[in-house]
Design a protein around this ligand. Structure first.
Ligand code: ZN
Ligand code: ZN
Length: 425
């Protein structure tokens, strides 16, 4: 068969004697010889069926490259921002937008800029320790809409599952418990098509920030319109298909397993003997997702906040002002130290026989307790500012759009009944 390319990630397929199949080293897909033959007969069928894109309009934009992190930013030709929204680095013009950079789909902004500002302000209630300049109008005016790339895949799935479907019925007659078991030989063969399954491949944007704000409902995906990116700049990223495919494969296989599971749900039990769920071809494309982004630089540190442009979820850590922190630490310290002094004086805890010894003990205890309280309160306060915002949820996507079982066999094999004596009631 020579050198065959993996239809899922363009990696090289090699015969693996241990699996008796052709395997791809980059993404871990496996194909039988029969499947490989079929694949190359119908190669690029799905790609060819797609409409040819009119790219003239798309190419009116400009491609910029960050001199620091290397992010590629697509924007209108006379973009006036001189910075990269992923890292804050400088941008360099690269020329026209290559036609291959055209996204397939886009999720529109559903959260307005004003709403995003409100979300930002609300969440800063946790940021009482933040520098005052942080929530100023000047800083808030830097809140920008951006689009980030998400690589997605349409997949053709081959299903070959067989096993035993078992129904179990029990009843009591006299003092006996009867159990009747019927076994069926079950076969499910067919194909499924999955559309727009999102991968976890992301561009240069902070992965944690994306994970916190980044779950999207991809069922709302719209066809990309070039005018979209001329309103807000968009990042483009290349994809390592082999890596990205592993996450897609996992999702698709799990979903397919569920579909197969539904088709055998009439049985009490399904015991699979052979379960081949293989992705036989993948069409890669990417879509843009909306994000409101705010970058704030304090000293040497850059803080980044994000509001999901579709769901309004907020992510990011607020900066802590050393001045405010010291002030609150001092307040706590003085309060606790004074209280200790008063209490020890009133209760005579530190003893009163010897005046100077009393003062040393009392002030010493106050200082120690005060410092301890200040440390505890400040660390709690800082932690509340640096809280992880929300647990990331998985993306929603259309999933299994079409499953077509070509074979759906349920053949009766045998039946047997057992009986056991019931225990005394
Ligand atoms: Zn592969
Ligand atoms: Zn950058």
């Amino acid at each position: 068969m020579g050198q065959s390319k993996c239809p899922n990630c363009d990696g090289t397929l090699e015969y693996r004697a241990d699996h008796r199949k052709f395997g791809c080293n980059s993404c871990g897909s496996f194909f039988t010889e029969e499947q490989v033959k079929k694949l190359f007969k119908g190669k690029n069928k799905s790609q060819a069926a797609r409409p040819i894109m009119e790219d003239d309009e798309f190419c009116q934009g400009e491609l910029y490259k960050c001199t620091v992190c290397g992010a590629e930013i697509m924007a209108e030709a006379d973009l006036k921002i001189g910075w990269c929204f992923c890292c804050g680095g400088g941008l360099q013009k690269q020329g026209n937008l290559p036609a291959a950079y055209r996204p397939e789909g886009i999720l529109p902004f559903e959260i307005s800029r004003d709403a995003a500002v409100e979300i930002f302000k609300d969440n800063l209630a946790y940021g009482k320790l933040s520098p005052s300049a942080f929530s100023s109008d000047e800083v808030l005016s830097g809140l920008k809409g951006v689009y980030l790339p998400v690589w997605m895949a349409d997949c053709n799935v081959g299903i070959n599952v067989n096993g035993t479907g078992r129904t179990v019925k029990s009843w009591i007659y006299g003092d006996q418990l009867y159990t009747e078991t019927r076994d069926y030989s079950v076969e499910r063969n067919g194909e499924a098509e999955y559309f727009s399954v999102p991968s976890d491949a992301v561009g240069k944007m902070d992965r944690d920030l994306m994970a916190m704000a980044g779950n999207y409902d991809f069922t709302k995906l719209q066809r990309f319109d070039p005018s979209d990116i001329f309103r807000y700049p968009a990042e483009y990223c290349p994809v390592n298909k082999g890596e990205a495919f592993k996450c897609i494969q996992e999702k698709v296989k799990e979903d397919t397993r569920k579909t197969v599971g539904k088709s055998v749900s009439k049985y009490t039990d399904f015991i699979p003997e052979n379960e081949d769920i293989d992705i036989l071809g993948t069409y890669w494309n990417y879509s843009l997702v909306p994000l409101w982004l705010l970058t704030y630089t304090s000293g040497r540190k850059t803080y980044r906040f994000a509001v999901n442009g579709q769901t309004g979820k907020f992510a990011g850590d607020a900066p802590v002002s050393p001045v405010k922190l010291s002030f609150w630490a001092l307040v706590v310290f003085v309060t606790v130290a004074l209280l200790t002094l008063v209490i020890t004086t009133v209760t005579g805890f530190a003893g009163s026989a010897d005046q100077s010894g009393f003062l040393v003990r009392s002030v010493g205890t106050g200082a120690v307790l005060g410092a301890f309280a200040a440390a505890v309160v400040c660390s709690i306060a800082v932690r509340s500012v640096r809280r992880p915002h929300e647990v990331p949820e998985p993306n929603t996507y259309a999933g299994d759009a079409e499953t077509n079982f070509t074979t759906k066999l349920d053949r009766y094999v045998r039946q047997y009944t057992t009986k056991v004596k019931c225990k005394d009631k």
